[in-house]
Design a protein around this ligand. Sequence first.
Ligand code: PAF
Length: 287
Amino acid sequence: MQVFHHIQSLRNALSEARASGKRIGFVPTMGNLHQAHLELVKLAQSRCDLVVASIFVNRLQFGLNEDWDKYPRTLAADTKKLSAVGCSMLFCPGEQEIYPNGMDQQTRVIVPSMANVLCGASRPGHFEGVTTVVSKLFNIVQPQVAVFGLKDYQQLAIIRRMVEDLCVPIELLEGPIIREADGLAMSSRNSFIFAEERPLANILQGSLAGIATQLQAGNREFAQLEQTAKAQILAAGFRPDYVSICESKSLNPAASDDQYVSILGAMYTRSARLIDNIAVVLDKPNH
Ligand code: PAF
């Protein structure tokens, strides 16, 4: 695997690949890679001739009180994992390379209708940081295909909307949520969960799955279902941030006749903020 720290050297290598007709896939990450990331690389490989992964812990998407400093940097281990699955290129730039004019002066990309709800309500500026860096990375790599994990559902929906609104000529693919044996969605932040909290941390997934079952059974009392799930999270000893039943594309609160619905939730353990989601396709109501 070729490793690049600078935009120009990556671009030189990519233009050679492009000239020889290679189809380029891209998997952006912040490192601390686990199985779910490697599945994204494999998905990109199944559709492309060459896959570029990036590792950049993007300070612009972390709030002032968030965990940018303690976010695990595991570049040596990540490089080995990517090489082992046959990733072709790794781009791991420094902050100066991505934000040469400083972050305050950086031109921003904002998806206004979706950036300040759900996770965006408790993480102001987070999605603006994501869409800004993803736009830059898209312009640097210029892939035909980019892969994002469904675990970060709101991020994926926002990037989809950005790609649509800005006519970005990139096909987006969704990597499935990969779960631990007890249902907890794999995440780089799971390593922050205290050992004594870990056995109950799958309550987030369990409470969202409970809503999915109710929806499939025809229950449309959305507010009550959300309240019940939050009460289950509290009873397990965690602090719910939100549980929300949304229309899958717009992320607006779901209407009772919506067919494509996503149940999104976030909760705080003592040392981590966890997110999860489940998509359900509901029967069309008979009018
Ligand atoms: O999902 C992530 O790891 C990050 O938000 C991303 C897409 C790499 C942008 O920094």
